[in-house]
Design a protein around this ligand. Structure first.
Ligand SMILES: [Zn+2]
Length: 421
């Protein structure tokens, strides 16, 4: 029995399995030398003739050994990452080193196909009416998938490309790997719609500045843009940064931004303004209703502790979100089946009873998206059906087939309490 030198090698694992089969089914072995490093490569056949024929074919086609193939793959991944840098793409930001490298490669190929498809949809490239070769056929198919997902709209296709270029999460690209351009377009469709939404005309109402009890020249601008709270102070100020973090905003140069979970714009603006005024900053607010509410303090508080229905890597799970100045990590992780991924703690939706108890105990609000998910699970339980969402905290199984990239170690990241997007 050949002992595997490298348990990570899918080839070695496959060989070991085959050797077991040889022993039980009298299969035959043959060898040939790796054209790259000369190492002897074992080939398994149904019988003597078959094994020899396979070894001969692999040798003629120059098939390399598992070690050399792994090296080639790593070289390919690094070349793809370098090409991405050259194309001006920002590096992938979240994920382990191995995941990031793999994701750079996946992104390189996906974007290359997307660029070609967008050019066809935008009429910048013609492809022949008669499809002559497999590559032309593939490009035409990609363009058709793009049209099916977004319509024959060059502007939407270009917006999709711009958005896809900004996806910097390794897990996002890894999750997309099995899909085609149509799947990629569908998963970003909502972002494309938002990007194409017309910008409302500027308000004619003049800005009014609210001053705290001690008037100041430090004036924060607060506004509402397409569902996002936006804040800005013209000079760098530690107190302002702290206030922004407490309010759950994140820095997205050149502005602070926060996508709220719920609430009316006037209330949300008033809540932020009220806090900034209390922290000693003046606030410029265009919305008169928000100004009135900020002054009177009679606004609906949104709150920053939320249970939401998960999407993407948290699909089918309830996501627990809290603001930077709270720490519910240990409490949330003690929920059954809890998992920490992409800077978020999530719990299988089937554990909604425990999650609702947790929410009540710690003053978390339950978002509409979570209620929808819980209703679905309840209905499934009542119908005695099988729950079709992943349970527990098992990592997805990555099958090690020889032509696929190697299994990856799970992401280990420090908890970043900046949990609000
Ligand atoms: Zn080799």
């Amino acid at each position: 029995m050949v002992r595997s030198r490298d348990l990570d090698s899918p080839y070695q694992a496959a060989i070991e399995r085959s050797l077991t089969t040889i022993e039980s089914e009298k299969m035959a072995k043959a060898h040939y030398a790796c054209p790259e490093c000369g190492q002897s490569i074992l080939v398994i056949g149904q019988n003597r003739k078959d094994a020899d024929r396979r070894a001969d074919r692999y040798e003629k086609t120059g098939r390399v050994c598992a070690d050399c193939e792994r090296k080639q793959r790593q070289t390919d991944y690094r070349a793809a990452a370098a090409a991405n840098r050259e194309a001006g793409l920002a590096p992938i930001q979240s994920g382990s080193d191995a995941q990031i490298l793999w994701a750079e490669w996946l992104r390189h190929h996906a974007l290359k196909d997307l660029v070609a498809a967008v050019a066809i949809v935008a009429g910048e490239t013609d492809y022949p009416e008669e499809i002559h070769d497999a590559e032309t056929q593939r490009l035409a198919q990609n363009a058709n998938r793009l049209v099916r997902a977004l319509g024959p709209d060059a502007e939407a296709s270009r917006a999709l490309l711009a958005i896809a270029k900004k996806q910097l999460s390794a897990s996002w690209w890894i999750d997309m790997r099995g899909g085609d351009i149509g799947d990629l377009a569908s998963s970003l469709k909502q972002h494309v719609r938002e990007a194409l939404r017309p910008v409302p005309p500027p308000e004619v109402e003049t800005a009014t500045i609210l001053q705290p009890p001690q008037p100041t020249v430090l004036i924060a601008d607060l506004s509402w843009r397409n569902g996002v709270l936006v804040a800005k102070l013209e000079e760098k100020n530690e107190g302002f940064i702290q206030a922004m973090r407490i309010l759950g905003y994140s820095w997205s140069a050149p502005l602070w931004q926060r996508t709220p979970f719920a609430g009316e714009p006037a209330d949300l603006l008033a809540e932020s303004a009220h806090h900034l005024l209390a922290s000693g900053f003046a606030v410029r607010l265009h919305d008169p209703a928000a100004r009135a509410k900020a002054l009177s303090g009679a606004f609906e508080r949104e709150g920053l502790r939320w249970i939401t229905g998960g999407t993407t890597t948290h699909a089918g799970r309830l996501v627990v979100t809290w603001p930077r100045h709270d720490d519910f990590y240990d409490a949330a992780r003690s929920l059954p089946g809890s998992r920490y991924r992409d800077k978020r703690v999530s719990v299988p939706a089937a554990r909604f009873e425990e999650v609702l108890d947790f929410a009540e105990t710690h003053g978390f609000r339950v978002h509409k998206s979570a209620l929808i998910l819980i209703d679905k699970i309840r209905a499934q339980l009542a119908a005695g059906g099988v729950i079709d969402v992943p349970l527990g905290n098992a990592e997805p199984v990555i099958v090690n087939l020889p032509e696929k990239p190697p299994a990856l170690t799970p992401v280990v990241t420090d908890i970043d309490p900046d949990l609000v997007d």
